[in-house]
Unconditional design. Structure first.
Length: 163
């Protein structure tokens, strides 16, 4: 849509094709991702939230072969994000948990006792994105951002998925 608006439909189509190839290569290189559950969330000052329903962060993971955690899916509304109370931190437990900070440091996520209590965290199947550029790329939903995130985030996910 942006490519068309800028009169660069061919360039936009090429970027889209390149990104699709990049995702296919990453998924093929990591067949262990296929069918595994994932919970994607963010910690903000005083709260947590999970990404749901086709938001770009969850879409990123699904394109690698993951599927949304059924526990998170069960509480999803119509929005791309659902608040998670401290009593429901269990929603983030999945085969792989991906978390990043918003408005605080990643170390604050790492050191959060509620987050540390998750089996996926204790079993080293969680990724906390520390690199702000990777967080932005993972969250952007743009071709350039997602391409960067495939390069930077997929290796972290592969390491976490290995446990």
């Amino acid at each position: 849509m942006v490519g068309k608006a800028l009169g660069k439909s061919a360039e936009a189509a090429q970027q889209k094709a390149d990104l699709e190839a990049k995702f296919q290569q990453a998924a093929a290189a990591h067949p262990q991702f296929a069918g595994k559950t994932v919970a994607v969330g963010a910690k903000m000052v005083g709260s947590y939230g999970a990404y749901v329903n086709g938001g770009s962060r969850l879409e990123f993971m699904e394109r690698l072969g993951f599927r949304q955690s059924p526990a998170v899916k069960a509480v999803a509304g119509d929005d791309f994000f659902v608040s998670v109370s401290p009593e429901r931190m269990d929603l983030f437990n999945a085969d792989v948990t991906v978390m990043f900070p918003i408005g605080l440091s990643a170390v604050e996520v790492d050191e959060d006792r509620m987050f540390q209590s998750l089996p996926s965290v204790r079993e080293r199947r969680a990724v906390v994105l520390h690199d702000e550029q990777a967080v932005q790329a993972f969250s952007a939903g743009t071709a350039a951002g997602m391409a960067y995130a495939v390069d930077e985030v997929v290796p972290l996910i592969a390491q976490a998925q290995a446990g």
